[in-house]
Design a binder for this molecule. Structure first.
Ligand code: GLA
Length: 396
């Protein structure tokens, strides 16, 4: 089947989390190489996206965006071509306001011209931000406008809206034509941030779905405090700032594992933010886990529901997502700071032990069947850790 644009949560890489303004044609081409060499492409990652700071501060005399002469001396086209030559897709960034968040020209009142420029350059994906939006213009109309421009520019361009969950975006984003929408503020490379962003979207599952995915923000898996940006490294976040006020940055491998499992089961686009040229073996294992990616890429795109543990409902809970073949994806999470025993009552996911119906639990991290269970499944989970299963319904 021909792949339909935006049907499933997009997967790829974006320059912002690690590199912010320090981007160049060389970096993007090396990232494209690494996507292939590390096996990320084979795992399903497809888009290589340049975020903010790629353009000059002024448009040219015809009102066209101009690539930064130092960072992209040959322009954007050859970079897109190189990315395409690796069998990958190429993405770029603009903004619904007059300026991007970093102060470069935004696409306000230039939507149709910019869409044409992007199509000419070979762009396949546009991230569209929300800074410097004229206050009297509703964001809704600006996303509808750019969506219309992209849908009629002569090239398939995936539209990634980024208004941070403002202005009741859930109510109008699907009808705008956007393929994904950022529902959160910017992620930081800290456990606190991962936790906050995930919790903020529990209860919003009904708004995502095929062709319009709830984007909880780009992944920080594997960054280990390596962003060139102190905010992303977690400074300003008291809990993570050290004595000098500088962010400690980074998470443990267990926290990155839980981060990836959360984003996957919550159907977020999976957009990597670390420097994949120097990924640790552990980061690579997390990001290429085919059983977890399959849960994220399930064709029906149903959001999960939450079942909280009765004796610690804030911190200990399961997310349960029905899959197209009748299985369930079950993520069991411990957001607390102590070991937790956790019991999932199978009655809560629609099974009846009296009818002899139970589950066979396949562990998506160990890649093996753990066993068959009726009535309930019990496990102990370390602080900030998770277990992720594919559960097949069985009869006694
Ligand atoms: C906003 C977005 C980020 C990133 C920056 C770039 O903060 O939310 O994801 O694109 O702008 O300036």
């Amino acid at each position: 089947m021909e792949k339909l644009l935006g049907f499933l949560p997009p997967m790829g890489w974006n320059s912002w989390n690690t590199f912010t303004w320090e981007i160049s044609d060389k970096l993007i081409m090396e990232i494209a190489d690494a996507m292939v060499e590390t096996g990320l492409k084979d795992a399903g990652y497809e888009y290589v996206v340049i975020d903010d700071c790629w353009s000059e501060k002024q448009r040219d005399e015809n009102g066209c965006l101009v690539p930064d002469h130092y960072k992209f001396p040959g322009g954007i086209e050859p970079v897109a071509e190189y990315v395409h030559s690796k069998g990958l897709k190429f993405g770029i960034y603009s903004c619904a306001g007059t300026h991007t968040c970093a102060g470069h020209p935004g696409s306000f009142e230039h939507e149709f011209k910019d869409a044409e420029t992007f199509a000419k350059w070979g762009v396949d994906y546009l991230k569209y931000d929300y800074c410097y939006k004229p206050l009297q213009v509703p964001g809704e109309i600006l996303y509808k406008r750019m969506s219309t421009a992209l849908r009629n520019c002569g090239r398939d361009i995936l539209f990634s809206a980024c208004n941070w969950g403002n202005d009741n975006v859930y109510k109008w984003i699907r009808e705008s034509g956007a393929h994904m929408f950022r529902s959160t503020g910017d992620i930081q490379d800290s456990w606190q941030s991962i936790k906050n962003l995930a919790l903020s979207q529990m209860g919003n599952e009904c708004y995502g779905g095929n062709f319009c995915h709830n984007d909880i923000d780009m992944l920080v898996v594997g960054m280990n405090g390596s962003s060139n940006n102190e905010y992303i490294n977690g400074s300003g976040d008291d809990q993570f700032a050290n004595k000098d006020g500088k962010g400690l940055g980074g998470c443990t491998d267990i926290e990155y594992k839980t981060h990836f499992a959360l984003w996957a089961i919550m159907n977020s686009p999976l957009i990597i933010g670390c420097d994949i040229r120097k990924m640790s073996p552990c980061a690579k294992e997390i990001l290429t886990n085919k059983d977890i990616i399959a849960i994220n890429q399930d064709i029906e795109c149903r959001g999960p529901y939450r079942i909280s543990q009765w004796n610690n409902p804030e911190n200990i809970f399961s997310l349960v997502k029905p899959l197209a073949n009748g299985d369930f994806a079950i993520g069991m999470f411990n957001f607390g700071d102590a070991n937790a025993e956790m019991s999932l009552q199978l009655w809560d996911i629609g099974l009846s032990a009296a009818a002899g119906v139970g589950v066979e639990m396949y562990d998506c991290h160990k890649h093996e069947v753990e066993g068959q269970y009726f009535e309930r499944y019990v496990t102990t989970i370390a602080p900030h850790d998770c277990r992720m299963f594919r559960a097949k319904v069985i009869k006694k």
